[in-house]
Design a protein around this ligand. Structure first.
Ligand code: HH2
Length: 260
C-alpha cells in the first residue's frame, strides 16, 4: 500500500482471540470480528491488522489449525474492503492469509524464522519486522540490554537486509521484552528509527507502560496516555500507528497533521 505522505497511516487492531490483553473475547468469532473491522473502516482506518494469537506477556501459544480457523474468514472478507496485514509468527498462517488477500505479514518475532522469510520472499509481500527479546511467555521476566536503542535498531536493520520485499516496515516492539525504561528510551529516540530507509510502525495503544505512567490506569482507561504517545510518535516521524481506538486516534492524527 502507499502510505499517506502527510500523516501516519492508522492501522486498526483486529484481534480474533479470546485472550488478547485489551479486547480479548470481544471479537473472537469471525462474524463479530468482521463487523468490528467494518466499524474501524468507517472510523477512518487506513489498514487493519488481523491477529489470531495473543502475544501479551505470558500468553499461551495457539495451534496452527486454530489460528487459521480464526483469521482466514476475516481476512478474506475484509481484504475486499481495505489493505489487510496478518499478525502472526507462523509461516503457514502468513502464507494462507496472503493467499486470502492480505498484503503484508506483521511478524512480531522479527523474521527469526527462515521459513517466514521464504513465505515473504515467494509472495513478494510486504513485511513488518518487529523486535522482541525472548518470546511472549518469558519476555517480561528480566529484559536486559546494554544499549536498547542501538541494539534494537541494529537488529531491525540486519533483518531488513535479509529480505527483498518491496515493502519493509520496522517496529521497535514497545513492551516486547522491554522494561518501562527500555520503552521510554526507544520512544525518546524514535527519530533514529525514522531516519532509516524503512517506514516505522509503532504500537503503544493501551499498553501496560501507559498504565504505569497514569497511576495504574486499567487497560480500558488508557486513551489519553495512548493519544499523547501517538502524537509524540507522529511528530518524530512514525509512518504507521497500530491502534485500538480508531475514531479518537484518527482525529488526533488529523488535527496534528494540519500543522504540516
Ligand atoms: N503489539 C501487539 C501485537 N502485535 N505488532 C506490531 N507490529 N507492533 C506491536 O506493538 C504489536 C503487534 C500487542 O497488542 P494487541 O494485539 O492489542 O494484544 P495481543 O497481543 O494480546 O493480542
Amino acid at each position: 500500500m502507499i502510505l499517506p505522505p502527510d500523516r501516519p497511516a492508522i492501522m486498526g487492531i483486529l484481534n480474533v482471540t479470546p485472550d488478547s490483553f485489551s479486547d480479548g473475547g470481544r471479537f473472537a468469532d469471525p462474524h463479530s470480528a468482521i463487523e468490528h473491522g467494518r466499524r474501524m473502516i468507517d472510523e477512518g482506518a487506513d489498514l487493519l491488522d488481523v491477529g489470531g494469537e495473543s502475544t501479551r506477556p505470558g500468553a499461551d501459544p495457539v495451534s496452527e489449525e486454530e489460528e487459521l480457523r480464526r483469521v482466514i474468514p476475516v481476512v478474506s472478507e475484509l481484504a475486499k474492503l481495505i489493505p489487510i496485514s496478518i499478525d502472526t509468527m507462523k509461516p503457514a498462517v502468513a502464507r494462507a492469509a496472503l493467499d486470502a488477500g492480505a498484503f503484508l505479514v506483521n511478524d512480531v518475532s522479527g523474521l527469526r524464522s527462515q521459513e517466514m522469510i521464504a513465505v515473504v520472499e515467494e509472495a513478494q509481500s510486504g513485511v513488518c519486522i518487529m523486535h522482541m527479546q525472548g518470546d511472549p511467555r518469558t519476555m517480561q521476566k528480566e529484559p536486559f540490554y546494554d544499549d536498547v536503542v542501538r541494539e534494537v535498531l541494529a537488529y531491525l536493520l540486519e533483518r531488513a537486509g535479509s529480505v527483498t520485499s518491496p515493502q519493509i516496515w520496522i517496529d521497535p516492539g514497545v513492551g516486547f521484552g522491554k522494561s518501562l525504561d527500555h520503552n521510554l528510551a526507544i520512544l525518546r529516540n524514535l527519530d533514529r528509527f525514522a531516519a532509516t530507509p524503512y517506514p516505522v510502525l509503532l504500537g503503544v495503544s493501551r499498553k501496560s507502560f501507559i498504565g504505569k505512567l497514569t497511576g495504574g490506569a486499567p487497560v480500558d482507561d488508557r486513551l489519553e496516555g495512548t493519544l499523547a504517545m501517538q502524537a509524540w510518535a507522529q511528530i518524530k516521524g512514525v509512518r504507521v500507528l497500530r491502534v485500538h481506538d480508531l475514531r479518537a486516534s484518527r482525529r488526533a492524527v488529523d488535527v496534528l497533521s494540519a500543522l504540516g
